[in-house]
Design a protein around this ligand. Structure first.
Ligand SMILES: [Zn+2]
Length: 278
């Protein structure tokens, strides 16, 4: 296993060779899809899980012929195509791959894109247990192998914090609750939807939770009794932001503000937001 490069709290790695499978843990290989972006790091991780009835493919990534060829070239008999959530960088190749392998697409039954077969919380598939983890997406699932390996999708990633969009797709309260639930599993390794594996998931999640509460607190402190425009709050909450990430920051800020509103700490007005109470 190649060690991830750690700079600050984030786990980084060199650009992987696209199309080339990497052995990550026993019976699990990773192929990175060629869709690098400021939101996807080097690209989406496609996970190949070897089990008694063949190979389950988790998150086929984008509908990229070379990537799907690479998966088919090394997977052997594909037994299942599974997606962790409906977002296009995970789901788009699923339909094509499932047709090629003549198997259904398995997915949690909600979200704007549907699979062929439903995977509910607690279901068993390809030697793994399904854990519904809403927050980043309403239909998000993680998959737990009994030996302490967890496929964490976009719920927990090493290279970046997770974007939690505002409802209906995302929700900060759900996200935090889902984080605490996967932390309590005490897994030994997380295999995320983007970037390198996470070797100390318990303490890593501890840091993620701290960051969320810090940011929530910081945004609460930006609010005053005067109504402030959303864009002004955004400039103060995310100063020195790369322009390409402005839309993500705006989504995240709306999610935080809605959480503060739910907690009785913020009031939404037609022109912006203000602090609740005195
Ligand atoms: Zn996603």
């Amino acid at each position: 296993m190649k060690a991830a490069l750690q700079t600050d709290w984030r786990l980084r790695e060199e650009t992987p060779v696209y199309g080339k499978p990497m052995d990550v843990v026993d019976g699990i290989r990773r192929i990175v899809a060629p869709n690098p972006h400021s939101m996807t790091y080097h690209g989406t991780n496609t996970w190949l899980i070897t089990h008694a009835a063949g190979t389950a493919v988790v998150d086929p990534g984008t509908d990229d012929p070379a990537h799907l060829d690479a998966i088919c070239g090394v997977a052997g008999t594909i037994s299942h195509v599974i997606v962790t959530h409906w977002h296009h960088d995970h789901f788009d190749g699923a339909r094509t791959l499932a047709l090629r392998a003549n198997v259904p697409v398995f997915k949690f039954p909600s979200g704007p894109l549907r699979g062929d077969k439903d995977l509910l919380n607690g279901a068993e598939i390809a030697g793994m247990r399904v854990i519904h983890t809403p927050g980043h997406a309403e239909d998000h699932i993680c998959l737990e192998r009994p030996d302490g390996v967890l496929l964490s999708g976009d719920h927990v990633m090493g290279w970046s914090t997770t974007l939690v969009p505002p409802p209906p797709d995302g929700d900060l309260g759900d996200y935090i609750e889902s984080l605490e639930r996967v932390q309590a599993l005490n897994a030994r390794i997380f295999l995320p939807g983007h970037g390198p594996e996470i070797l100390k998931p318990y303490s890593f999640i501890e840091q993620l939770l701290e960051k969320r509460y810090e940011k929530l607190h910081q945004i609460e402190n930006i609010l005053t009794h005067e109504v402030q425009e959303f864009s002004n709050i955004c400039n103060r909450a995310y100063p020195k932001l790369n322009k390409k990430l402005r839309f993500a920051a705006e989504m995240m800020l709306e999610t935080y503000l809605l959480e503060l509103k739910k907690r009785g700490k913020a009031i939404q007005e037609p022109t912006g937001w203000k602090r609740a109470g005195y």
